[in-house]
Design a protein around this ligand. Structure first.
Ligand code: ATP
Length: 236
């Protein structure tokens, strides 16, 4: 569904992505795994359309997408800090993007209810954002994203603000949700355990390059070099 062809990115004169090539298939859970500064977020931002490549092409369903503005891409993003509107309640937060699309009030109500059901927060429509726990806020951010029926959902370290127990629970939920929706998830993390637990396919990154791409078992059993072996072997 997404293809990066020979993508490079420089900020000023500093290269942060170096001739990246990869293909993302529809309906799978992908993880970009690598240390801080390796370029993971930059890749997500390019898929979302918040950043342009310095050179190379990005294809979506076989067509160039790197020239399409962010709001015209069938792609939604969930950030670490949730990015919810604190002055709007739960329902208004989820409805916001749907109103922009001129969906009818009845359809919006149904969509809000369905999205809340998906994240197991049915009945939370009128709650204020400030009155929610961290895990609930993250679920609302997920509900808002899936209400837009994206083909691809980008998740940039969405669980890193949560405590250990909740993080484990949300990992299980995210994986179940991805399988239920059947859409492509691209998840960014520097936590190798999280990557191994969640993914169909992992891209291990370092210093602007994808060092290895494979299933969790491939990467765990046959790391391609010392860096991948050490990184996967580390425990947090
Ligand atoms: P983290 O896990 O810390 O978020 P990351 O792997 O997601 O790291 P990126 O955020 O993609 O890494 O950053 C890759 C490199 O690009 C870093 O060295 C970063 O300092 C640099 N960088 C990112 N955004 C900008 C920017 N807007 N201007 C200049 N340099 C940037």
């Amino acid at each position: 569904i997404i293809e990066f062809k020979n993508i490079s990115k420089k900020y000023d004169d500093t290269p942060v992505l170096k001739k990246i090539d990869f293909e993302i298939e529809s309906g799978k859970f992908y993880t970009l795994l690598g240390p801080s500064g390796s370029g993971k977020t930059t890749i997500l931002r390019m898929i979302a359309g918040f950043e342009d490549p310095t050179s190379g092409e990005i294809l979506f369903e076989g067509k160039r997408i790197d020239l399409t503005p962010a709001n015209k891409r069938p792609i939604n993003t969930i950030f670490q800090d949730y990015a919810l509107f604190p002055h709007l309640n739960v329902s208004q937060n989820i409805a916001f993007g749907l109103e922009l699309k001129k969906m009818s009030k009845t359809d919006i109500q149904a969509k809000v209810a369905e999205s809340l059901r998906m994240v197991q927060l049915s009945g939370y429509e009128n709650r204020e954002i400030d009155a929610l726990s961290g895990g609930q806020k993250q679920r609302i951010a997920i509900a808002r994203a899936i209400a837009n029926e994206p083909k691809v959902l980008l998740l940039d370290e969405p669980l890193s603000a949560l405590d250990h127990k909740l993080r484990k629970e949300m990992q299980v939920e995210l994986r179940a949700l991805q399988q239920r929706l059947g859409i492509t998830f691209i998840f960014v993390t520097h936590d190798q355990e999280e990557a191994l637990a969640l993914s169909d396919q992992i891209f291990v990154m370092n210093d602007g390059r994808i060092l290895q791409s494979g299933t969790p078992v491939d990467i765990y059993d046959e790391p391609i070099n010392h860096f991948v072996a050490d990184f996967i072997g580390e425990s947090n």
